[in-house]
Design a protein. Structure first.
Length: 288
């Protein structure tokens, strides 16, 4: 049985028959399908510079049961996620041949603005308190998200936090037995979600550890194990994710931790600075 066309396939096929207003909405979705999946009618209308009624009629034009139906189809597509190759082809088809570097920067800024609009500051504060109180912190991140986990692990160690980094290698799962009920696991993962990350959180949950998830959508499979979730967008019209917003979120968590435990942090950093100096870690132009 042939599979039904995806929303993006419908848009590409029906684009020539669309009115200029409908094409404006289609352009918004094609340019950033991941963010568009969670726009409400007003947000979609604003992004496309059309009326809300035009957005509603557009959804019906595509054969969806109103705008909620269009949103569901987009979110389902995001959940299953395009392959890396498909995303690359999509980026080639919807961008101008001479896309400027500034446009890439603007996409990252757009993601930061989305995060600022949607961040749950109360949840962020709870996450900071969980991490400060944790006896041990496990960090689950693999493949491209491993860079974020490594960054987070480095700065948590500056607070003398006992950390375990689960980086995608199957043997690291064996370290999960060290985690207990007074520990916290931070799962960092974005579509396309890795089986390794999902399995690690499942095991950690069984062991009674608190689970903090940093991900992109409520449909993320990581969310089913979470005690706390912080959402951050990563979507751009490219075969690569944008990690500008997730990195900013992790930095905000770390800064809050340092600020809330400032005396201890200052003391630790002073001690470590002396050690770094003695070991010659950093280049000193005054020394040969």
């Amino acid at each position: 049985m042939a599979q039904s066309p995806t929303v993006l396939q419908k848009l590409s096929h029906m684009y020539p028959q669309m009115s200029p207003s409908q094409q404006a909405i289609a352009d918004v979705i094609l340019r950033d399908p991941e963010s568009s999946a969670f726009y409400n009618v007003a947000e979609m209308a604003k992004e496309a510079n059309v009326s809300e009624s035009t957005v509603t009629r557009f959804a019906t034009f595509l054969g969806c049961s109103g705008f909620p139906g269009l949103s569901r189809e987009l979110q389902e597509m995001v959940r299953s996620r395009l392959t890396t190759g498909q995303r690359f082809q999509l980026s080639r088809s919807i961008t101008k041949e001479e896309q400027t570097v500034m446009q890439h920067f603007e996409e990252d800024v757009h993601n930061l603005n989305l995060m600022i609009e949607r961040i749950d500051l109360t949840a962020l504060e709870r996450v900071v308190k969980l991490l400060l109180a944790a006896k041990r912190i496990g960090i689950v991140s693999s493949r491209s998200a491993l860079a974020l986990g490594t960054f987070f692990d480095f700065y948590l160690n500056l607070l003398h936090k006992d950390t375990l980094l689960f980086n995608g290698e199957p043997r690291t799962v064996d370290r999960l037995h060290r985690l207990q009920a007074d520990d916290v696991i931070v799962g960092i993962g974005f579509a396309r979600y890795t089986r390794f990350s999902v399995d690690c959180l499942a095991i950690g949950k069984q062991r009674g550890a608190k689970i903090v998830v940093i991900t992109d959508y409520p449909s993320s499979p990581l969310c089913q194990y979470a005690d706390e979730v912080l959402y951050t967008p990563t979507g751009i019209a490219s075969h690569m994710e944008s990690f500008v917003a997730p990195m900013s979120l992790l930095t905000a968590i770390l800064r809050s931790m340092f600020h809330q435990d400032s005396e201890k942090a200052t003391s630790l950093l002073t001690e470590m600075e002396d050690a770094w100096s003695g070991l010659g870690i950093y280049f000193d132009p005054n020394k040969s």
